[in-house]
Design a protein around this ligand. Structure first.
Ligand code: ADP
Ligand code: MG
Length: 255
């Protein structure tokens, strides 16, 4: 039997007060696939990721994790994810990587990577530490385990943040503009890690302004415009033969 998608979002509507940010968005991340979200600033990309991770309430629509529908409490403006254990299970299985790394400044790099598996999942240090070191090696910063975040370059900090996300051994990774805060020469070291993860067959949703990265790693690209999907499809089609005038304009502006 075919496995259900890791993440499925159906007809999601999300408003902040009177501002409707998502106006009925449907996306699916199948196991082992990479979906990239592109679009102008303010189009709702981060909001969509935050909704997928149940960090946000929403007004209507469905979110499913491996076929399991999120339970909601309340309706409309008062609707929020309603089952704390389900929220924890889903959130710990969808690890986020943010533009600003968000490492804990008062912890070593190794502690940063070990923290959530130990405190959130209740794993033993003896079990977590070798894995944490393995993931640090995987992203190329094994020698930084005992350093403080402030002692690392931006690219190294972002790779540490990726190791931290991996150490949760999540079902999917959610990236929100992971290279946007980096100088171009540091961007490439993070791009390489993301490409390696895609080649390993990890399930990912990637918000990025880097069209070359999106073209290289994605199975599907979704162009969001003012809270609606304007166009979606395989990268060859989206970048090579965009149908929508808005997408054409967006792509020519980002060249
Ligand atoms: P993107 O990531 O595509 O740049 P966002 O999802 O961050 O877009 O934002 C979409 C819209 O929602 C923007 O108009 C933004 O100002 C608004 N928005 C985002 N977060 C909040 C919030 N917490 N409260 C109110 N408005 C918000
Ligand atoms: Mg954003």
């Amino acid at each position: 039997m075919q496995q259900p998608p890791v993440i499925e979002i159906r007809d999601l509507h999300k408003s902040y007060g009177t501002l409707e940010v998502l106006k009925g968005v449907t996306i699916t991340a199948e196991r082992g696939k990479v979906v990239s979200l592109i679009g102008s600033s303010g189009s709702g990309k981060s909001t969509l990721l935050r909704c997928a991770n149940l960090l946000e309430d929403s007004q209507s629509g469905e979110i499913l994790f491996k076929g399991e529908a999120v339970h909601w409490r309340g309706t409309g403006m008062a609707r929020r994810p309603g089952d704390a254990r389900q929220v924890l299970r889903i959130r710990t299985n969808l690890s986020m990587v943010f533009q600003q790394f968000n490492l804990w400044a008062h912890m070593s790099i190794l502690q940063n990577v070990m923290e959530a598996p130990m405190t959130v999942l209740g794993r033993d240090r003896a079990e977590v530490e070798p894995k944490a070191r393995e993931y640090l090696a995987k992203v190329g910063i094994a020698d930084k385990a005992d350093a403080w975040p402030a002692q690392l370059s931006g690219g190294q900090q972002q790779r540490a943040a990726i190791a931290r996300a991996l150490c949760m051994e999540p079902e999917a990774l959610l990236f929100d503009e992971p290279t946007s805060a980096l100088d171009p020469e540091l961007e490439q070291e993070v791009v390489k890690v993301i490409k390696d993860l895609a080649n390993e067959g990890r399930t990912m949703i990637l918000v990025t302004h880097d069209m070359r990265l999106a073209a290289d790693v994605s199975d599907e690209v979704v162009f969001l415009h003012k809270g609606l999907i304007e166009e979606q499809g395989p990268p060859d089609q989206l970048f090579g033969a965009p149908k929508s005038e808005r997408l054409r304009q967006f792509l020519s502006a980002t060249q």
